[in-house]
Design a protein around this ligand. Structure first.
Ligand code: SF4
Length: 213
Protein backbone atom coordinates (compact mmCIF):
# COMPACT_ATOMS: atom_id res chain seq x y z
CA UNK A 1 0.00 0.00 0.00
CA UNK A 2 1.32 3.47 -0.91
CA UNK A 3 2.47 5.71 1.95
CA UNK A 4 -0.21 8.27 0.99
CA UNK A 5 -2.94 5.63 1.33
CA UNK A 6 -1.67 4.59 4.76
CA UNK A 7 -1.56 8.23 5.85
CA UNK A 8 -5.07 8.82 4.58
CA UNK A 9 -6.43 5.75 6.38
CA UNK A 10 -4.98 7.11 9.63
CA UNK A 11 -6.41 10.56 8.91
CA UNK A 12 -9.81 9.06 8.03
CA UNK A 13 -9.91 7.26 11.39
CA UNK A 14 -9.14 10.51 13.22
CA UNK A 15 -11.86 12.29 11.26
CA UNK A 16 -14.44 9.58 11.80
CA UNK A 17 -13.74 9.25 15.53
CA UNK A 18 -13.95 13.01 16.07
CA UNK A 19 -17.08 13.50 13.97
CA UNK A 20 -19.01 10.57 15.39
CA UNK A 21 -18.25 11.87 18.89
CA UNK A 22 -19.32 15.42 17.96
CA UNK A 23 -22.45 14.30 16.07
CA UNK A 24 -23.62 11.03 17.67
CA UNK A 25 -27.10 11.31 16.15
CA UNK A 26 -25.98 12.13 12.62
CA UNK A 27 -28.38 10.95 9.94
CA UNK A 28 -29.82 11.84 6.56
CA UNK A 29 -31.33 15.32 6.69
CA UNK A 30 -33.89 14.50 4.02
CA UNK A 31 -37.02 12.90 5.48
CA UNK A 32 -36.86 9.14 4.96
CA UNK A 33 -40.47 8.09 5.61
CA UNK A 34 -40.57 5.74 2.63
CA UNK A 35 -38.11 4.72 -0.11
CA UNK A 36 -39.92 6.18 -3.09
CA UNK A 37 -40.56 9.48 -1.36
CA UNK A 38 -36.91 9.66 -0.34
CA UNK A 39 -35.88 9.13 -3.96
CA UNK A 40 -38.06 12.02 -5.05
CA UNK A 41 -36.64 14.20 -2.29
CA UNK A 42 -33.20 13.27 -3.58
CA UNK A 43 -34.18 14.44 -7.07
CA UNK A 44 -35.52 17.70 -5.66
CA UNK A 45 -32.39 18.31 -3.60
CA UNK A 46 -30.12 19.44 -6.46
CA UNK A 47 -28.99 22.98 -5.64
CA UNK A 48 -31.66 23.31 -2.95
CA UNK A 49 -31.60 23.10 0.84
CA UNK A 50 -32.83 19.90 2.48
CA UNK A 51 -35.20 21.99 4.60
CA UNK A 52 -36.89 23.44 1.53
CA UNK A 53 -37.01 20.00 -0.12
CA UNK A 54 -38.70 18.41 2.91
CA UNK A 55 -41.39 21.11 3.01
CA UNK A 56 -42.06 21.02 -0.74
CA UNK A 57 -42.04 17.23 -0.99
CA UNK A 58 -44.56 17.01 1.84
CA UNK A 59 -46.90 19.24 -0.17
CA UNK A 60 -46.41 17.02 -3.23
CA UNK A 61 -47.12 13.79 -1.32
CA UNK A 62 -50.11 15.26 0.51
CA UNK A 63 -51.68 15.93 -2.84
CA UNK A 64 -50.40 12.88 -4.74
CA UNK A 65 -49.64 10.13 -2.22
CA UNK A 66 -48.43 7.42 -4.62
CA UNK A 67 -46.31 7.02 -7.73
CA UNK A 68 -49.31 6.25 -9.95
CA UNK A 69 -50.93 9.57 -9.17
CA UNK A 70 -47.68 11.48 -9.79
CA UNK A 71 -46.99 9.64 -13.06
CA UNK A 72 -50.47 10.36 -14.40
CA UNK A 73 -50.42 14.14 -13.85
CA UNK A 74 -49.75 16.75 -16.46
CA UNK A 75 -46.18 18.00 -15.96
CA UNK A 76 -47.46 21.54 -15.30
CA UNK A 77 -49.29 20.34 -12.20
CA UNK A 78 -46.16 18.77 -10.72
CA UNK A 79 -44.05 21.74 -11.79
CA UNK A 80 -46.28 24.19 -9.94
CA UNK A 81 -45.85 22.27 -6.67
CA UNK A 82 -42.11 21.66 -6.85
CA UNK A 83 -41.24 25.14 -8.14
CA UNK A 84 -39.83 26.34 -4.77
CA UNK A 85 -36.99 23.81 -5.15
CA UNK A 86 -35.72 25.47 -8.34
CA UNK A 87 -34.58 23.90 -11.63
CA UNK A 88 -38.28 23.30 -12.15
CA UNK A 89 -38.29 21.97 -15.71
CA UNK A 90 -35.56 19.38 -15.24
CA UNK A 91 -36.79 18.31 -11.80
CA UNK A 92 -40.36 17.90 -13.08
CA UNK A 93 -39.10 15.69 -15.89
CA UNK A 94 -37.04 13.67 -13.47
CA UNK A 95 -39.77 13.25 -10.82
CA UNK A 96 -42.24 12.10 -13.46
CA UNK A 97 -39.73 9.76 -15.11
CA UNK A 98 -38.96 8.21 -11.73
CA UNK A 99 -42.65 7.77 -10.93
CA UNK A 100 -43.21 6.14 -14.34
CA UNK A 101 -40.28 3.76 -13.89
CA UNK A 102 -41.67 2.77 -10.51
CA UNK A 103 -45.12 2.01 -11.89
CA UNK A 104 -44.30 0.69 -15.38
CA UNK A 105 -40.96 -1.09 -15.00
CA UNK A 106 -39.93 -1.68 -11.43
CA UNK A 107 -43.20 -3.04 -10.04
CA UNK A 108 -43.20 -0.48 -7.25
CA UNK A 109 -39.83 -1.60 -5.90
CA UNK A 110 -36.79 0.66 -6.10
CA UNK A 111 -33.84 -1.25 -7.56
CA UNK A 112 -30.83 -1.69 -5.33
CA UNK A 113 -28.75 -0.85 -8.36
CA UNK A 114 -26.99 2.46 -8.96
CA UNK A 115 -26.78 1.97 -12.73
CA UNK A 116 -30.51 1.23 -13.05
CA UNK A 117 -31.36 4.31 -10.98
CA UNK A 118 -29.09 6.46 -13.13
CA UNK A 119 -31.22 5.60 -16.16
CA UNK A 120 -33.76 8.07 -14.77
CA UNK A 121 -32.96 11.51 -16.17
CA UNK A 122 -31.79 13.76 -13.37
CA UNK A 123 -30.60 10.95 -11.13
CA UNK A 124 -26.81 11.05 -11.07
CA UNK A 125 -24.31 9.11 -9.00
CA UNK A 126 -24.83 11.23 -5.87
CA UNK A 127 -28.58 10.65 -5.72
CA UNK A 128 -28.32 7.01 -6.78
CA UNK A 129 -25.81 6.43 -3.97
CA UNK A 130 -28.09 8.23 -1.53
CA UNK A 131 -31.02 6.01 -2.51
CA UNK A 132 -29.25 2.63 -2.31
CA UNK A 133 -27.52 3.67 0.91
CA UNK A 134 -30.60 4.92 2.73
CA UNK A 135 -33.08 2.38 1.37
CA UNK A 136 -30.97 -0.79 1.38
CA UNK A 137 -27.96 0.07 3.53
CA UNK A 138 -25.77 -0.61 0.50
CA UNK A 139 -22.35 0.94 1.19
CA UNK A 140 -22.15 4.08 -0.97
CA UNK A 141 -20.67 7.54 -0.50
CA UNK A 142 -22.80 10.61 -1.12
CA UNK A 143 -20.45 13.38 -2.22
CA UNK A 144 -22.41 16.57 -1.83
CA UNK A 145 -21.04 20.09 -1.60
CA UNK A 146 -20.29 19.81 2.15
CA UNK A 147 -18.58 16.45 1.79
CA UNK A 148 -16.45 17.68 -1.09
CA UNK A 149 -15.36 20.77 0.85
CA UNK A 150 -14.62 18.94 4.10
CA UNK A 151 -12.65 16.15 2.41
CA UNK A 152 -10.54 18.60 0.45
CA UNK A 153 -9.81 20.84 3.42
CA UNK A 154 -8.94 17.99 5.74
CA UNK A 155 -6.64 16.42 3.17
CA UNK A 156 -8.47 13.19 2.33
CA UNK A 157 -8.56 14.30 -1.30
CA UNK A 158 -6.84 16.92 -3.40
CA UNK A 159 -9.60 16.91 -5.99
CA UNK A 160 -12.90 18.71 -6.42
CA UNK A 161 -14.17 16.22 -8.94
CA UNK A 162 -16.95 14.28 -7.17
CA UNK A 163 -15.97 10.98 -8.81
CA UNK A 164 -12.37 11.32 -7.60
CA UNK A 165 -13.48 12.51 -4.14
CA UNK A 166 -15.76 9.47 -3.90
CA UNK A 167 -12.87 7.15 -4.80
CA UNK A 168 -10.52 8.79 -2.30
CA UNK A 169 -13.13 8.44 0.47
CA UNK A 170 -13.73 4.80 -0.43
CA UNK A 171 -9.99 4.14 -0.20
CA UNK A 172 -9.53 5.93 3.12
CA UNK A 173 -12.66 4.97 5.08
CA UNK A 174 -13.86 1.40 5.76
CA UNK A 175 -16.92 0.32 3.80
CA UNK A 176 -19.06 0.26 6.94
CA UNK A 177 -18.54 4.03 7.27
CA UNK A 178 -19.30 5.08 3.69
CA UNK A 179 -22.91 6.03 4.36
CA UNK A 180 -22.36 7.74 7.69
CA UNK A 181 -19.28 9.73 6.67
CA UNK A 182 -21.50 11.53 4.16
CA UNK A 183 -23.96 12.52 6.89
CA UNK A 184 -21.17 13.48 9.29
CA UNK A 185 -19.52 15.68 6.64
CA UNK A 186 -22.79 17.52 6.14
CA UNK A 187 -23.08 18.09 9.89
CA UNK A 188 -19.52 19.44 10.06
CA UNK A 189 -19.97 21.54 6.95
CA UNK A 190 -23.06 23.17 8.37
CA UNK A 191 -21.82 23.77 11.90
CA UNK A 192 -18.08 24.48 11.57
CA UNK A 193 -16.58 23.95 8.12
CA UNK A 194 -18.77 26.44 6.33
CA UNK A 195 -17.87 27.51 2.80
CA UNK A 196 -17.02 31.14 3.49
CA UNK A 197 -15.91 31.44 7.09
CA UNK A 198 -14.98 28.09 8.64
CA UNK A 199 -14.89 28.12 12.45
CA UNK A 200 -11.56 26.32 12.67
CA UNK A 201 -10.93 27.42 16.25
CA UNK A 202 -13.97 25.48 17.46
CA UNK A 203 -13.84 22.60 14.99
CA UNK A 204 -13.29 19.09 16.37
CA UNK A 205 -10.89 18.35 13.48
CA UNK A 206 -8.66 21.39 14.02
CA UNK A 207 -5.70 19.50 15.54
CA UNK A 208 -5.14 17.40 12.42
CA UNK A 209 -6.96 19.18 9.55
CA UNK A 210 -4.58 19.87 6.65
CA UNK A 211 -5.93 23.36 6.08
CA UNK A 212 -5.46 24.19 9.75
CA UNK A 213 -2.00 22.76 10.47
S1 SF4 B 1 -10.31 22.86 10.96
FE1 SF4 B 1 -11.35 24.41 9.71
S2 SF4 B 1 -10.99 23.83 7.58
FE2 SF4 B 1 -10.52 22.06 8.87
S3 SF4 B 1 -12.40 20.85 8.89
FE3 SF4 B 1 -12.44 22.19 10.67
S4 SF4 B 1 -13.53 24.03 10.04
FE4 SF4 B 1 -12.93 22.90 8.19
Amino acid sequence: MAAKDTKNIKLAKQIYDALSTEFPDSSCSLETDCPQNLAIRGILSAQCTDKRVNITARQLFDRFPDMESIASQEPEVIAEIIKPCGLTASKTKSVMAFAKKMTDEWGGVIPNDVDALMEVPGIGKKIANLIVGEVYGTPAVVVDTHCKRVMKRTGITDSEDPAKVEKDIMKAFPEAQWISIGHLSVDLGRKYCTARAPKCGECPLSSFCKRRI
